[in-house]
Each structure stands twice: as structure tokens, then as C-alpha cells.
Design a protein around this ligand. Structure first.
Ligand code: MG
Length: 155
């Protein structure tokens, strides 16, 4: 199932090396020797978890179904407009950040607020594209991978 999640991310324009680059960007200040390889290893480890795969499959399916006008109203419009009071996209991403404890949550809050690197690009996707869940899923994966690196360096 990791292949399905990776394929779906790829289909939505997100590659694992790109997520790894994002992880490195936010962690380099704390771990100056941090390599792209180590970040990619952490991202892959996060995606091996079943609850992470489930969140990715669910969130991206909702983005895609909304694009195809297959989600009933009023939910379709709420997701399409990325209504900031909706919040279920962030809640779903918490299933990802949770896998490495509360430090993942702190990282997620940071990424969600500043939307650095590829997160900004996802957020500004062209008209007709719905990435309401995708930005939070990617931020969740990056946050959890960053938390894994922090735990590994402490160990
Ligand atoms: Mg969102």
C-alpha cells in the first residue's frame, strides 16, 4: 500500500525527494550535517506506517472527487473553497503527525502557518485544482519525518 500512497502523491505533483528537501530546510538549523538521504529515509519511514497511508489515500481522494464535482453539497463547496473554518483537512493530517508524538505537532503548526517551499506551490495551485487536503498531508508527512530525525539524533 505504500506504493499506492506514493503513486497518488506523484499523481498530484508531489515527490518524496521534494518532501525530503522540505524536511531538510526546516531541520538544518538544528542538525547542520543533515543530508538529503537521511531526510528521504525519514520520509519513507513515515509513509510505511499504515495510518499515514490511510490519511493520504483518504485526503487525496476527497480532493480529486471534489475536483470532479462528485462530493455532495454543501461539502463540495466547502472543500473547493478551502474554507478556513472547515478544519477536517488539518485534523486528518494529525493522524500523520501523531506517529512520532507531540514534536510532530509543533513542526506541523510551523509548516501550516508559513507554508515554505513546495507547500506554497501546492497552496497556490492553478484554478480548478483542489489541494485542500494535499497541503496538510504533505506538511504532516514532513513534520513527522522531522520529528523522527529529532528522535534519532537524541537516541
Ligand atoms: Mg488545507
Amino acid at each position: 500500500m505504500i506504493e499506492d500512497a506514493v503513486k497518488l502523491l506523484r499523481q498530484r505533483g508531489v515527490s518524496l525527494p521534494e518532501i525530503a528537501a522540505l524536511v531538510r530546510e526546516i531541520q538544518l538549523a538544528y542538525y547542520p550535517g543533515l543530508t538529503e538521504e537521511e531526510c528521504l529515509e525519514a520520509v519513507t519511514a513515515v509513509l510505511k506506517k499504515r495510518e499515514v497511508q490511510n490519511a493520504v489515500l483518504t485526503g487525496i481522494a476527497l480532493d480529486m472527487l471534489t475536483e470532479q464535482n462528485l462530493v455532495p453539497e454543501p461539502l463540495g463547496s466547502i472543500i473547493r473553497n478551502d474554507d478556513f473554518l472547515y478544519g477536517v483537512d488539518e485534523i486528518l493530517a494529525l493522524a500523520i503527525t501523531n506517529v512520532y508524538g507531540s514534536i510532530g505537532l509543533t513542526n506541523f503548526g510551523y509548516l501550516d502557518k508559513l507554508k515554505p517551499g513546495m507547500l506554497g506551490r501546492i497552496d497556490r495551485a492553478k484554478k480548478g485544482t483542489v489541494n485542500t487536503f494535499l497541503d496538510d498531508l504533505v506538511a504532516g508527512i514532513a513534520a513527522a519525518a522531522a520529528a523522527r530525525i529529532a528522535h534519532n539524533h537524541r537516541a
